[in-house]
Design a protein around this ligand. Structure first.
Ligand SMILES: Nc1ncnc2c1ncn2[C@@H]1O[C@H](COP(=O)(O)OP(=O)(O)OP(=O)(O)O)[C@@H](O)[C@H]1O
Length: 251
């Protein structure tokens, strides 16, 4: 589904990403881990079109993505969250989802002005779809609340719902458990597993919470100082000497 080959990103004299290769197959949860500053978010930024990589190739469902702008990559079915929550905080919870759906909706100014039956039908379908996702992430009762007033864990779940209303095939989550308490992390774990099981999507995850990563990943890639250090199953990674050294060396 996702095939990243020899990805490189250079900022002036700094090679933040240097030859990273990774693959995600349908229905898999794949994690990218590594010490602080290893280049994980830069990998995400290159894959999602936020940055144009200085080298390497990104293929998604056999289509080249590495020269496309971010919105085209999202339309192709790869949607991401950011390390910091990025909601429209003064909009309501449901409005945040409706805005995210605009690119899939039938939009035409005249139809909107005259509120044609087709326009009304499409509005109703969008509302229904948004409501369904709020229910899935346990936020339906907060639909009309300002997004900025939700608890932090709820904002994180709303971000995931906002990605899902765009009907992605691959969901990219950048440190989704950061700042969550253990109960919220458990809910997040269940949500990610249910997305792959019930929606059949794949998930690419950057995360520092090792128990979450080890519990849900099918495959793990480790990067260190921009370079690939190891990859394998959670079991392989847990006992890899180079990985243990890279983490211990950080302290
Ligand atoms: N836009 C940029 N311009 C210059 N340097 C950058 C830019 N973005 C990231 N870097 C540098 O690239 C390196 C990798 O950063 P990156 O944020 O990708 O690491 P990370 O593994 O995601 O770290 P963390 O786990 O702390 O989020 C760092 O040295 C960072 O300072």
């Amino acid at each position: 589904m996702l095939d990243v080959r020899d990805l490189t990103m250079q900022f002036g004299g700094l090679k933040a990403v240097d030859g990273v290769t990774l693959q995600v197959h349908p229905g898999e949860v794949v994690s990218v881990i590594g010490p602080n500053g290893a280049g994980k978010t830069t990998v995400f930024n290159c894959i999602s079109g936020f940055y144009q990589p200085t080298g390497g190739e990104v293929y998604f469902q056999n289509r080249a993505m590495h020269r496309l702008p971010g919105y085209r990559i999202a339309q192709a079915g790869m949607v991401r969250t950011f390390q910091n929550v990025r909601l429209f905080k003064e909009m309501t919870v449901i409005e945040n989802l409706l805005v995210a759906q605009h690119m899939h909706a039938e939009r035409n100014l005249l139809k909107g002005l005259f509120k044609t039956p087709g326009y009304r039908r499409s509005e109703k379908a969008l509302m229904q779809h948004a409501g369904d996702w709020l229910e899935r992430v346990g936020l339906l009762e907060f639909a009309n609340r300002e997004a900025g007033n939700l608890a932090y864990g709820q904002q994180r779940r709303l971000e995931i719902a906002r990605c899902m209303v765009a009907r992605p095939r691959l969901l990219m989550l950048d440190e989704p458990a950061a700042g969550l308490n253990p109960n919220e992390t458990r809910d997040l774990d269940d949500l990610i597993v249910s997305l792959t099981r019930d929606e059949g999507i794949s998930v690419l995850l950057i995360e520092h919470d090792m128990s979450l990563v080890m519990g849900i990943s099918d495959h793990i890639y480790v990067v260190n100082q921009g370079q690939p250090l190891a990859d394998g199953s959670p079991k392989d990674i847990r006992r890899n000497d180079a990985v243990i050294k890279a983490y211990l060396g950080e302290e």
